[in-house]
Design a protein around this ligand. Structure first.
Ligand code: PAF
Length: 281
């Protein structure tokens, strides 16, 4: 696996790969690699000739009170895991190179960025779309692979790609879970023992919602109420939101119908965890 730290170099390498007729599969990450990321590498490996993974802890997607400074980092381990999984190029740019002191341009997907996680994390998605737009321009990937765990991120990035005509196909990898159902996340490292045990209730509440719908329940409020009650039995849980929305505009639904996203964000101690399930009736 080749490591590239300079943006110009990465652009040149991508251009050369294109000239050779090779397709590029891209997996953007903020590092602290786990099986969730590695499953995205597998998808890129399967769907493109060359897999590039980036590691960039993007300051613009953290709100001022969030964990940018102490976001978990382990460069040596990340490189080892990515290499072992068949990643060919590791792009690791510097913050000052990505955002020069004159940096002014932002990419913002209206409305969608304000909802769900955007209520609490007001500038988060603007940071995500800005950095992903930059990375797409640097790498010019044929496909880019993102995880379904960040369901709202995926919906926003697909909107950005369509609206701004980025010549890249977005591919979504399924949520990878621990044995008890907890969705894998770099932030799971923050969980204390009891919080870790209790955190699996998020997925259990989503499964319960799925079962209610399977059994014929169509009333969104009743489903959310049951989920809220389940999660609230755990002492360390502080629910941020439980929402049932349609998947185009992320508008709340009263009746379960068509394709819907059930999304949860919940604090366990200092870890804010998210999870979701998509149901198509
Ligand atoms: O999902 C993430 O890890 C980040 O939001 C991303 C897509 C790498 C952009 O920084």
């Amino acid at each position: 696996m080749r490591t590239i730290t300079h943006i110009d170099r990465m652009q040149k390498v991508s251009d050369d790969l294109k000239k050779e007729g090779k397709t590029i599969g891209f997996v953007p990450t903020m590092g602290f690699i786990h099986e969730g990321h590695l499953s995205l590498i597998d998808i890129a490996n399967k769907n493109a000739d060359v897999t590039v993974a980036s590691l960039f802890v993007n300051p613009k997607q953290f709100t001022p009170t969030e964990d940018y400074r102490c976001y978990p980092r382990n460069l040596a381990r990340d490189k080892k895991l990515l290499k072992k999984r068949g990643c060919s190029i590791f792009f690791y740019p510097d913050v000052d190179a990505m955002y020069s002191k004159y940096f002014k341009t932002e990419v913002y997907v209206r409305n969608l960025s304000k909802l769900l996680c955007g209520v609490r994390r007001k500038t988060h998605f603007k940071g995500v779309t800005t950095v992903v737009a930059k990375l797409f321009n640097i790498l010019k990937p044929d496909i880019a692979v993102f995880g379904q765990k960040d369901a709202q991120q995926v919906i926003i990035l697909k909107r950005m790609v369509e609206d701004l005509n980025f010549d890249v196909k977005i591919v979504i990898g399924p949520i990878i879970r621990e044995d008890d159902g907890l969705a894998m996340s770099s932030r799971n490292i923050y969980l204390k023992k009891k919080e870790r045990e209790e955190a699996s209730v998020i997925f259990k509440s989503l499964k319960e919602a799925e079962k209610m719908i399977h059994d014929g329940e169509r009333n969104a409020s009743r489903i959310k109420k049951r989920m809220r009650r389940m999660i609230s039995t755990k002492k360390s849980a502080a629910i941020d939101y439980i929402r049932i929305v349609e998947t185009k505009e992320l508008r709340s639904v009263n009746e379960i119908n068509g394709e819907i996203l059930i999304a949860v964000a919940c604090f366990f101690g200092k870890a804010r965890l998210i999870d979701n399930i998509i149901i198509n009736l």
